[in-house]
Design a protein around this ligand. Structure first.
Ligand code: FE2
Length: 376
């Protein structure tokens, strides 16, 4: 029996005291920002956008910003030993440090969040250059992840003050990635509800979905998840915690290798998943594979769909349906040395859910990878 519920009463409805326009950027602390930027350009189809480093007067850190449609990734490395960025990389490996949220008033967002119990990361500060001014502020989330509020209504520059345009002769074509659909966090056992309450109380998010260990389990492993969303639905943060199982779950493996809580996956949207995934594969992006028997009963399970099943089978794209429509999704293998963060490519055709019907097949695919790593 399904125990997934669209929660309407568990948490108070979203109060829009903190309007968020969307994801502004994601900043990853990585051990080699120059090479990481090249990877995201070549493999994922991002383009060079902005840069800061020694040439711009940034003596301690170097950041490359790459962009594809509404997605911006900032890749930051230290230029010397003994920095907090270096410590972060030593502890966690490469990973997401900042989820920046685009707001109209970064001072107001900060004051409201802190008043409601958020821990301050950065008080509001205004930075200016010839293109105008940007106000930023920040609060802590789970693990060492932070949210930075970005107010850029008085700014017309390339990215942020302090950055210069990154001119490059090498600008790969897009793979059709459009925006961040959702971003998932892994937290320690027993901490999911704490962070659900944090997003409800501090940021006015509402819980839109809940999955318990009966929904998300295989023969061997299990996890639980709740999905928090802001009022306009542009920001969706599923929060996972491990659940007891016969073997070590993917969330346990993440927590062990990341040495703490952090961002598990970034889901990016496309309008044509068959084309996007074909393109990503030809550029060397590796995806989890699903037994082809998955497709034998696909139409039976999800009904008629527009896509050619044979193409989906060839690429390993998964399909799920909810009351509002269907979605197509696929997951990359982890994208850095440690088995921690990965990407999801998602195309929504009406569906607003997260692919519950695929959880079992997907987690069995992850278990096969875990087995190879000796971490199951
Ligand atoms: Fe996802």
């Amino acid at each position: 029996m399904s125990t997934a519920t669209v929660a309407q009463n568990d948490h108070k409805e979203a109060q829009d005291f903190m309007p968020i326009n969307g994801t502004d950027y994601l900043e990853l602390y990585v051990s080699n920002s120059k090479q990481a930027a090249h990877y995201y350009k070549t493999a994922f189809g991002f383009k060079s956008l902005a840069y800061k480093g020694l040439e711009t007067g940034s003596r301690d850190f170097e950041s490359y910003v790459v962009e594809q449609d509404k997605i911006r990734l900032v890749l930051t490395s230290p230029l010397k030993s003994g920095t907090d960025v270096g410590r972060h990389i030593d502890k966690h490996g490469d990973g997401v440090k900042v989820t920046a949220l685009w707001v109209d008033d970064a001072t107001y967002a900060y004051n409201e969040a802190v008043k409601r119990g958020a821990k301050s990361y950065m008080e509001p500060k205004t930075e200016k250059d010839e293109d105008g001014k940007v106000v930023t502020s920040g609060i802590y989330s789970y693990g060492e992840v932070v949210h930075i509020f970005v107010e850029r209504k008085d700014y017309s520059g390339t990215f942020l003050p302090g950055y210069q345009k990154w001119e490059s002769d090498y600008q790969p074509t897009s793979t059709g990635l459009k925006f961040v659909d959702h971003m998932v966090g892994n937290v320690n056992e027993g901490r999911m509800n704490y962070w659900v309450d944090f997003y409800a109380n501090v940021m006015g998010f509402k819980q839109i979905m809940s999955f318990d260990d009966k929904d998300i389990s295989t023969e061997f492993t299990a996890l639980m998840s709740k999905v928090m969303s802001n009022g306009n639905g542009r920001i969706k943060f599923p929060i996972n915690e491990p659940a007891p199982g016969m073997k070590k779950s993917q969330v346990d493996e993440y927590l062990e290798f990341y040495e703490g809580e952090g961002v598990q996956h970034i889901a990016v949207a496309t309008d044509d998943i068959v084309k996007t995934v074909s393109d990503l594969k030809s550029r060397g992006v590796e995806f989890l594979t699903i037994p082809t028997t998955y497709y034998d009963v696909l139409t039976e399970r999800v009904g008629e769909i527009d896509e050619d099943i044979e193409s989906l089978r060839k690429l390993g794209i998964l399909v799920d349906r909810d009351d509002e429509g269907y979605l197509l999704q696929i997951f990359t293998k982890t994208v850095q040395a440690r088995p921690t963060m990965f990407f999801e490519i998602i195309q929504r055709k009406g569906a607003t859910s997260f692919g519950k019907g695929n959880f079992k097949a997907l987690f069995e695919a992850i278990e096969r990878e875990q087995e190879l790593r000796g971490t199951l």
